[in-house]
Design a protein around this ligand. Structure first.
Ligand SMILES: NC(=O)C1=CN([C@@H]2O[C@H](COP(=O)(O)OP(=O)(O)OC[C@H]3O[C@@H](n4cnc5c(N)ncnc54)[C@H](O)[C@@H]3O)[C@@H](O)[C@H]2O)C=CC1
Ligand SMILES: O=C(O)CCC(=O)C(=O)O
Length: 479
């Protein structure tokens, strides 16, 4: 394959960096000239930060490859804003509305350099092991529990997410659910849908003056706290760390204190071993009789058979669940006992709101997430910047400019073992290293160095020397 970029004829990458599976793909064409630059396609409609910065003529677009050779697989109906950012770069983007069963996913992931998912797609070690060309994963959501982020890092695959673009949407959904549960809205509505008029006030309450207990006072929990106080509720919260309370909310020292003191309990913790079945029979026993439970975090946080028992016993007067231990792969799939053995018992309860993991599903959230995550992916693919990565150290260097035509950016992802920097500096030391940054996270380290006045043959030597080090996970060359 050969490409022409800004008039420079390119030679096959295999002729000079045999093992480019560690950069992008062995089949990519790599310019023989480090001065080769890339003319950015016209910015997409998204009007994104990236599109805007690309029009600044002084910033040099770093690309070691023909952008149209970058293959991206987007699953789970990722918003058009995100697709637009990626297609505007000239990448090949394949887009599917649902997730894929594991075997199909493995077939598809073998080929791609970037994968974009939401909460449903499980990128386990088994799947990632097959992803030989994969550079980066974009989680177009907050949670990253669906990805084996540690395995990914150890194989040089960065993972990005959107840490708070859907937080407000989740908080608003929970506010709606608090009122809906207090007024038994779900039951009244479905009765009338079936033709039955059932006007009742017994067991229906205002939320003013009631206490909301928030478990996990992070982005969503603290946002919810502000909204709940504005509606006249008292807020208490429990968190693993000490945090500044919003408004007049109060942190309580134990989960038990939270459960005993709340009329409504809502969970906003990540999926972790410590949060697995955090609310089970014992915790339901500690809740006030007639209180309500909401979970829009992860399905594993609640012991659902214990919830069913607590609701049947009248201990819990209502519940709203948005997330489940097993969730269907796509719209139209069944939510039944084959998926979760207790599904039909759950569906038969009174005053229970069951939603299909829509906490973050608003136009505003999905549009913002699409742009945010796609831009992080583009920055990583094109420039190697890891800012915001959830599994790699955060490393960035200022963009190279058009005034620096003979520069190369070397990226060396490596095992964090003693003596690596000495060896890397022996390789880079004879050259003019303008800037260098290195950082580590656990047992993976990330080094980025911009080197000036280098020829194509020198780049090849630098690349091969870094590749030959035993500490190497991935070497990338950008210019
Ligand atoms: N239903 C939906 O569509 C959505 C669900 N989520 C879920 O909500 C979760 C929370 O989201 P954010 O508020 O953005 O996360 P965050 O990371 O900002 O806050 C989580 C809080 O939980 C606390 N925490 C962690 N372990 C704890 C423990 N064992 N006990 C008590 N507190 C603990 C942390 O200290 C932190 O303050 C996400 O991890 C995700 O799984 C997020 C967005 C949408
Ligand atoms: O929108 C989604 O698919 C997932 C939302 C979610 O659970 C998250 O952001 O963690």
């Amino acid at each position: 394959m050969s490409n022409v970029v800004n008039g420079d004829a390119e030679v096959s990458g295999e002729s000079y960096t045999n093992n480019l599976t560690h950069t992008v793909s062995a089949s990519f064409s790599i310019s023989s000239s480090p001065v080769a630059t890339y003319t950015s396609p016209s910015p997409g409609k998204a009007g994104s930060l990236l599109a805007r910065t690309a029009t600044r003529t002084s910033v040099k677009q770093l690309k070691p490859f023909a952008t149209e050779d970058i293959k991206i697989l987007l699953l789970e109906n990722i918003n058009k804003t995100g697709r637009d950012v990626l297609t505007a770069q000239g990448y090949q983007v394949e887009y599917l509305k649902s997730s894929l069963p594991e075997d199909e996913l493995i077939e598809k992931i073998r080929d791609v350099h970037v994968i974009g998912i939401r909460s449903k797609t499980k990128l386990t070690a088994r799947v990632l092991r097959e992803a030989k060309n994969l550079l980066v994963v974009g989680c177009f959501c907050i949670g990253t529990n669906q990805v084996d982020t540690q395995f990914a890092a150890q194989h040089g695959v960065a993972v990005f997410n959107s840490p708070f673009s859907n937080s407000r949407s989740v908080a608003e959904l929970v506010i709606g659910e608090i009122i809906a549960l207090a007024r038994q809205l779900g039951d009244r509505s479905s009765e009338l849908h079936k033709g039955t008029w059932n006007k009742v006030s017994s067991g229906c309450w205002e939320i003013r003056g009631k206490t909301l207990g928030i478990i996990g006072y992070g982005h969503i929990g603290s946002q919810l706290s502000v909204l709940a106080e504005a509606m006249g509720m008292t807020v208490i919260f429990f968190d693993a760390v000490n945090l500044m309370a919003m408004g007049t909310a109060k942190q309580v020292p134990t989960l038990e204190a939270l459960l005993q003191g709340s009329d409504f309990v809502t969970c906003h913790v990540p999926e972790l071993p410590e949060t697995h079945k955090m609310i089970s029979s014992q915790e339901f026993g500690q809740m006030r009789t007639g209180s309500y439970l909401i979970n829009a975090s992860r399905g594993s946080v609640i012991d659902i058979p214990a919830l069913i028992d607590a609701m049947r016993a009248g201990k819990v007067a209502g519940a709203a669940l948005d997330v489940y231990p097993s969730e269907p792969g796509g719209n139209g799939d069944y939510f039944n006992n084959e998926l979760n053995s207790w599904a039909e018992d759950l569906r038969s309860l009174k005053n229970i709101i069951l939603t299909p993991h829509i906490g973050g599903s608003t136009e505003e959230a999905q549009s913002a997430i699409g742009v945010e995550v796609s831009e992080a992916l583009v920055r990583y693919v094109n420039e190697g910047a890891t800012l915001g990565a959830v599994n790699m150290p955060e490393v960035n260097l200022r963009s190279l400019t058009m005034d620096e035509p003979n520069h190369v950016r070397m990226i060396y992802i490596h095992h964090n073992v003693p003596g690596v920097l000495r060896k890397v500096n022996e390789i880079l030391g004879d050259h003019n290293v303008d800037k260098q940054m290195t950082d580590s996270r656990g047992d993976v380290a990330y080094l980025m160095a911009d080197i000036s006045d280098v020829s194509g043959s020198v780049i090849k030597e630098l690349y091969q020397s870094l590749e030959s080090l035993s500490s190497r996970i991935v070497t990338r060359v950008l210019y």
